[in-house]
Design a protein around this ligand. Structure first.
Ligand code: NAP
Ligand code: HSE
Length: 435
């Protein structure tokens, strides 16, 4: 029997595009046995044809700089979008879906912003629109949430979903580096991009949290709904003190389904050193999921890179191919059938770590306690460090759980108090909800 060949068009031949080309080639010999057909790239869209021609050796693949040649080719069933961003990529994906092509993408920026609209368009046309690689690169998490874990009401999805910042925080922890030194090393080793803003400021992780929350809680969460804070103000001293108290500091993406709405945020947090996420180091990613039936599950692996990300993209491409063969495309599309409210960050509740310099005189701590009591901030732990600088004492506090809005008001007032010389750092402490 003749082997069925499904043709694909690749948009972009950068890091992930090249990886997809390589992984599809490496799978060629067993693809028919594995999925029942061959998936072949027919055309690749690039900006620089000469540069791309040096990477692609197959004479049968057409390299073009005209998007219409790829998307409007009637022989092409699957468009693999690996350009990135919300500009031309959005236009090409919309055009592809309108033209009846299935779409696979790794584009977290676009899915976190317009995923709902694109999934609706795909459903209208009975097409697949898959984006496993958009969150945590090679780690399977979107499909597990939508399929394997569908028998749960999800309570929480929490993770380390940015490899660059995890590498930086790991070096700060293990080698006692300051942030700028660790960032320079991440850049030198190729982990951080030339402009590391999206990673360091928590924006990249915020996009992934939006996608995770939507899939986990069956309710649309977009990037605009996610509160983000970066790691730029973390110091080696914060990390040292945190470790003395039994915590590590990680940039965590948190999505929580509470009775009063969805909480979605990214910020550096102290997490108990005994939590499995605390031991996820270097550029690794991990996502910790809690459901009412499964309880706790953790997904761990490479969150980025040419081949790990291509692994997730090719998994999606194979799924589309199987659906085409079985004539069941569009089977699992948008799973957001609820409209849950999103909580304001000010209404979330967390414990806080506070490091500050206060006047070293009798009565200062009592003054602080009076102020804290006014805003319902109760203290769980307080340590006066030995360090004495210019008549100041360094005080470290961990609060009990407090409403963020109340804590912020207390901090504003505390900063104005003449006894407080400096609030050196404030960090949220992650609640240990393990079951
Ligand atoms: P990349 O290396 O910058 O590759 C993007 C490619 O798109 C480049 O080859 C670029 O061509 C091409 N391109 C840009 N604008 C184009 C246009 N108008 N027409 C045709 N081609 C165009 O990016 P990447 O790292 O592969 O990322 C691709 C996607 O995967 C992004 O959405 C990213 O967020 C996502 N992702 C990446 C990773 C990762 O580890 N890299 C992990 C997870 C998800 P030039 O070479 O000419 O600029
Ligand atoms: N820049 C991201 C990271 C990889 O550092 O994890 C792409 O999602």
């Amino acid at each position: 029997m003749e082997t069925k060949i499904i043709k694909a068009g690749l948009l972009g031949l950068g890091t992930v595009g090249t990886g997809v080309y390589k992984v599809l080639k490496a799978q060629e010999s067993e693809m028919t046995a594995k999925i029942g057909c061959q998936v072949r790239i027919k055309k690749i869209l690039v900006r620089d044809i000469e540069k791309a021609s040096r990477k692609v050796t197959d004479p049968d693949i057409v390299i073009t700089d005209r998007w219409e040649d790829v998307i409007n080719d009637p022989e092409i069933s699957i468009i693999i979008e690996l350009i990135g961003g919300t500009g031309v990529a959005r236009r090409y994906i919309e055009e592809a879906l309108k033209a009846g092509r299935h779409v696979v993408t790794a584009n977290k920026d676009l899915v976190a912003q317009d995923g709902g609209m694109l999934l609706d368009l795909a459903k209208e046309k009975n097409l697949d629109f898959l984006f496993e690689a958009a969150v945590a690169g090679g780690i399977p998490i979107i499909r597990p949430l939508k399929q394997c874990l569908a028998g749960n009401h999800m309570a929480e999805v929490m993770g380390i979903v940015n490899g660059t910042t995890n590498f930086i925080l790991t070096r700060m922890t293990k080698d006692n580096m300051e942030f700028s030194e660790a960032l320079a090393l991440a850049t030198e080793l190729g982990y951080a991009e030339a402009d590391p803003t999206a990673d360091v400021e928590g924006l990249d992780a915020g996009r992934k949290v939006a996608i995770l929350a939507s899939a986990a809680f069956n309710s649309r969460v977009t990037f605009d709904d996610v509160y983000t804070e970066g790691i730029g103000s973390i110091s080696a001293k914060d990390i040292r003190y945190a470790r003395e108290m039994g915590y590590d500091i990680k940039l965590l993406g948190v999505a929580r389904n509470t009775e009063s709405g969805i909480e979605a945020y990214v910020c550096p947090m102290m997490i108990s050193s005994s939590h499995p996420l605390a031991s996820v180091n270097d550029s690794y990613n991990a996502v910790f999921v809690t459901g009412d039936a499964v309880q706790d599950v953790m997904f761990f692996g490479r969150g980025a890179g040419e081949l790990p990300t291509a692994s997730a993209v090719v998994g999606d491409v194979f799924d589309v191919a199987r659906n085409i063969l079985a004539d069941c495309c569009g089977r699992i599309g948008c799973t957001c059938y609820k409209q849950l409210p999103i909580k304001k960050m000010a209404d979330t509740r967390n414990r806080y770590f506070l490091r500050m310099k206060v006047e070293d005189r009798c009565g200062v701590l009592a003054e602080m306690m009076t102020l804290f009591t006014r805003y319902n901030v109760s203290i769980e732990q307080m340590i006066q460090k030995d360090t004495k600088i210019e008549d100041c004492a360094e005080v470290v506090i961990i609060t009990d759980e407090v409403r963020e809005g109340d804590f912020r008001t207390a901090m504003r007032e505390l900063a104005e108090s003449p006894s407080v010389r400096k609030i050196s750092s404030k960090l949220r402490v992650c609640a240990d909800t393990r079951r």
